[in-house]
Design a protein around this ligand. Structure first.
Ligand code: PMP
Length: 424
């Protein structure tokens, strides 16, 4: 019997699949325990601030879901999702000039399941895929289970540097014996990137699509944050410009992540493969959650709830950017998001953010060290961090940035002292 609190040795080490060697726990998930301490100011989690959602409305929606739909929400459903949920998705997509019908949509358990299914149907061990670097660590987790090689392309304030992508594609073709680049797909988060906060400009979107035609590779457009814009002008979705792009959406950041409802829009042959993979994964998603989502988007003024949330995030982003100007050393740089939840900070090369995290925790602040947002073993991102402005009040954000700035200054001073002493 396992005694609670005692460490149990893993006697099963020899039988795990080789893919477990490349799977890493997400630093963010690991941080959740620390972040829930009441004395901690958390800049680590990307949790939407749903504390102001009108619970009366939501509970009415949930009650309606059961009373009006009967047992439909309690029964097994289609693998691809409920027709009515897909209709809601089609409506949401129309706002983005993406014209689709329910047969183009599969409902998934959050965007996260879509990432896993995409990995499952496209990646064989050793296949090459391309992502932004840094990228969403949950995507790295999902894809790495299928053991790909991951090539990363950096971004700047205009999003992914497509000129570098073009150079990499040309290099891959030139170096390959059969003249093929071998890229299975390119995964991108074009709006308010996680962790980057940046948005791909229209010119670069066009360039990216052009490259996908010239070099023939599939684009996966992951868009959980597109509706969370506080300033600037919206940029068209890649999928609205090219029907061969696979588009991933979710209600997590516009309603509630607890409902685990996302969707995939893909060309029909790809969707058929994805649905096959989904059957083996879960038979079908939660029908009850889908019914709740339908009623929320059909029967309530969800947009005005979202607008309130966006108003909060805008104030918090402003507080964060102002505090960074004030408290972070001149040698650091950061992104200036026009929406979403995150800022990406780059520090002098010698500041090691994974090491710095425990010191910051001591000072009551959490953040995500940048190395977790790159493929394992790349060694990149150790002087960078993701800080989220979505969950704390402006005054806490300011205080957290003040404390972090101090921790960084101290580490820089230490480095300079070592340098002066000739110790490094
Ligand atoms: N993609 C990105 C870029 C994300 O940041 C997240 C969640 N933070 C997801 C997908 C998955 O979200 P969910 O499963 O809640 O839809």
């Amino acid at each position: 019997m396992q005694v609670p609190g005692l460490i149990q040795f893993d006697d099963w080490q020899d039988i795990y699949a080789s893919r477990m060697e490349t799977m890493r726990s997400s630093a963010v998930r690991d941080l959740f325990a620390a972040a829930s301490r009441s004395d901690i100011i958390s800049l680590s989690g990307g949790m939407p601030d749903i504390r102001n959602l009108p619970l009366e409305t939501v509970s009415k929606v949930a009650a309606d879901a059961v009373l009006k739909e009967g047992v439909a929400g309690l029964q097994y459903g289609n693998t691809t999702g409920r027709e009515q949920t897909k209709e809601v998705v089609c409506r949401l997509m129309k706002d983005l000039n993406i014209e689709v019908v329910p047969a183009d949509v599969t409902i998934t358990s959050g965007g996260q399941q879509a990432l896993d299914l995409i990995g499952k149907i496209f990646i064989s061990k050793g296949d090459l895929i391309i992502t932004e670097g840094p990228t969403y660590l949950g995507a790295l987790q999902a894809f790495s289970a299928y053991e790909p090689n991951i090539l990363t392309i950096p971004f700047d304030e205009e999003g992914m540097k497509t000129d570098l992508l073009e150079a990499e594609l040309a290099r891959l073709v030139a170096e390959s014996p059969d003249g093929r680049h071998g890229v299975k797909f390119l995964y991108t988060i074009p709006n308010f990137h996680n962790p980057g906060g940046v948005t791909i400009s229209l010119a670069r979107r066009k360039h990216l699509l052009e490259l996908s035609h010239t070099y023939k590779f599939l684009i996966i457009e992951d868009d959980p944050y597109g509706r969370l814009r506080f300033s600037g002008t919206p940029v068209p979705a890649l999928r609205s410009m090219d029907a061969n792009v696979v588009y991933l959406g979710t209600v997590s950041k516009v309603f509630a992540p607890g409902l685990r409802t996302g969707w995939v829009i893909a060309p029909r042959p790809i969707l058929a493969k994805l649905n096959l993979a989904k059957q083996g994964a879960d038979l079908c998603g939660s029908a009850l959650n889908q019914v709740i989502v339908e009623h929320y988007f059909n029967d309530t003024d969800w947009q005005s709830e979202l607008d309130k949330m966006i108003g909060l995030y805008a104030k918090r982003r402003d507080a964060m950017l102002e505090a960074l100007e004030h408290f972070f050393p001149a040698e650091s740089t950061w992104t200036h998001p026009e929406g979403g939840l995150f800022v990406w900070v780059t520090l002098p090369e010698y500041v090691d953010t994974p090491q710095m995290l425990s010191v910051a925790l001591d000072k009551g602040v959490t953040f995500v060290p940048g190395d977790g947002c790159y493929p394992g073993g790349s060694g990149m991102g150790r002087n960078a961090m993701r800080i989220a402005f979505c969950y704390e009040e402006p005054k806490n954000i300011r205080e957290a940035i003040r404390r972090l700035g101090k921790v960084i200054e101290e580490r820089m001073e230490l480095y300079r002292a070592f340098m002066d002493a000739g110790a490094l």
